[in-house]
Design a protein around this ligand. Structure first.
Ligand code: NDP
Length: 292
């Protein structure tokens, strides 16, 4: 017997989550502020709750996917009496501090809040390779982990309600900044007639090598240096790299493209150099990041 689940919020993410639960034979109740978004899911077997109180009454496990945490208060606030005994799993975006407060709010109303960050776009939900960071009371995941596994691998990171969101944001920042760097590089090369397709093999090679073994495996090299607190720069000093970053700014300006992103990088490197890290290596930039 598969467990009941309620999904609150039927944007691209919530609607796909509801579909995924239905495909795994979980009796699924749905609720959305704009009620008509539930209709295509009803056609696939979901139950449309007439009120948020009905949605909460239908399942112990309530998965929430909305634009932010304010939406949760707006939606659930009018039905706080129905929260008692519910396990709310909120996969919406927010700040870690906001999530910690939301956890207290849920407790005050007799519910348990598990916070999460899902590492997949809608088409990836429930597909191999998708995973979700969760934090909050582990006992809630012991009870509902089997059901939640339908969305992606359950990755529990700790009881601090803000922690899953921090992991999620750390990954998202890596994702956005890496891909924005790629787009800057493409824009720069395009000015000399090189297409994105021509550049792709080189970009893919570098991104792959950063995470592998060998002389370019800087994810590992920097991790070792950060753990040791030692940033050797005798072979490639930060001073040299700050000058190189300034050249990327000049190249971008000369090519007539935006300079904001490389300029931010150059400024960060120069700040680390000014703080005394010129002879250290790239890893010493973390010292400048730690002390803004
Ligand atoms: P949105 O972030 O646009 O959220 C849409 C949902 O939020 C709708 O159900 C909408 O209701 C609801 N909503 C917005 N404001 C309120 C409110 N004040 N009260 C009640 N409901 C409200 O769409 P997504 O589905 O893309 O994202 C959902 C969450 O998932 C976000 O926090 C996002 O950061 C996160 N996420 C998204 C990914 C993606 O690729 N899309 C990937 C990973 C995480 P209504 O229909 O009535 O407007």
């Amino acid at each position: 017997m598969t467990a009941n689940v309620t999904v609150v919020g039927l944007g691209p993410m919530g609607a796909t989550m509801a579909e995924t639960f239905l495909a795994s034979k979980h009796p699924t109740t749905v609720w959305n502020r704009t009620a008509s978004k539930a209709d295509p899911l009803v056609a696939k077997g979901a139950t449309k709750a007439a009120t948020i109180a009905d949605a909460l009454a239908a399942s112990e496990l309530v998965v929430i996917s909305q634009i932010d945490y304010q939406a949760m208060y707006d939606s659930l606030g009018p039905a706080v009496d129905a929260l008692k005994g519910r396990v709310l799993v909120n996969l919406s975006s927010g700040s870690p501090e906001e999530l910690r407060k939301a956890s207290e709010w849920a407790s005050e109303h007799g519910a348990v809040l598990v916070t999460g960050g899902i590492m997949a776009p809608p088409p990836g939900i429930g597909k191999p390779g998708s995973y979700v960071f969760y934090s909050g009371p582990e006992s809630a995941l012991d009870c509902h982990g089997e059901t939640l596994k339908v969305l992606g691998d359950v990755t529990y990171v700790g009881d601090d309600p803000g922690l899953a969101m921090l992991y999620y944001q750390a990954q998202l920042f890596l994702f956005w900044s890496t891909l924005s760097s790629y787009m800057h590089s493409v824009a720069l090369l395009e000015t000399a007639g090189v297409s994105a397709r021509d550049f792709l093999p080189f970009a893919a090679r570098l991104v792959r090598e950063l995470a592998e073994e060998g002389p370019m495996a800087f994810l590992h090299i920097l991790t070792d240096e950060i753990e040791a607190g030692d940033f050797p720069g005798d072979l490639n000093s930060l001073k040299m790299q700050a000058v190189g970053a300034a050249h990327v700014v000049e190249a971008s300006r000369d090519a007539g493209i935006d300079t904001a992103y490389p300029a931010a990088l150059r400024d960060l490197f120069e700040r680390a150099v000014a703080a005394g890290h010129g002879a250290d290596g790239l890893g010493s930039v973390i010292e400048a990041l730690r002390k803004p």
